[in-house]
Write a protein of this length. Structure first.
Length: 176
């Protein structure tokens, strides 16, 4: 039983060291061949959660075997329970919150329709200017803009994007 505990502890520690130091290099060298290990369909089976639980299983088993009078079945049961609890803790305290914080800065020009903006380069009645529009929770983008109504819009004026087509935002003055 001691060999199983040592193997679990050493394997988990080795995995952690290799993943931290060589993880990106191995992923690039294998061209993503091991990406299936991320278990995207079952988020609670993330490698961090599983390997963390296995490592704790090994460490707890060694400690319980050395410092308690429990029999083999008791040590095995408590070690499994410890590994499961810590694995679940890693998932709920680290993995799951990190998944919820991921966001993309990508956007489509069509997503800007209906959004307010500000003119930074004046827009003539029949020409082009430039506007700043907020995209996502923390980003802004400047885009080429034309007047939707055919009226000139001065720099600093607030506008709303009425239409986005051909890489140009068609905006109208926003009067509140």
């Amino acid at each position: 039983m001691e060999a199983l505990f040592w193997a679990s502890l050493a394997g988990g520690m080795l995995y952690a060291v290799v993943a931290i130091i060589f993880g990106d290099l191995i992923s690039q060298a294998l061209d993503g061949a091991l990406d299936f290990l991320s278990m995207d369909g079952m988020p609670w089976l993330q490698p961090m959660t599983l390997v963390g639980g296995i490592t704790v299983f090994g460490g707890a088993g060694l400690l319980l075997d050395a410092y308690t009078a429990l029999g083999t079945a008791g040590v095995l049961l408590l070690s499994l329970l410890s590994g499961a609890v810590i694995g679940a803790g890693v998932y709920f305290i680290y993995v799951r919150p990190m998944q919820n914080t991921e966001n993309s800065t990508g956007y489509s020009i069509r997503d800007m329709e209906g959004k307010p903006g500000e003119v930074i380069v004046p827009i003539p009645a029949t020409g082009y200017g430039e506007v700043i529009v907020r995209v996502g929770p923390a980003g802004v983008t400047s885009q080429i803009a034309a007047s939707f109504d055919g009226e000139p819009i001065a720099a600093g004026d607030r506008v709303v994007v009425v239409e986005a087509k051909g890489g140009t935002l068609y905006v109208a003055k926003l009067d509140l």
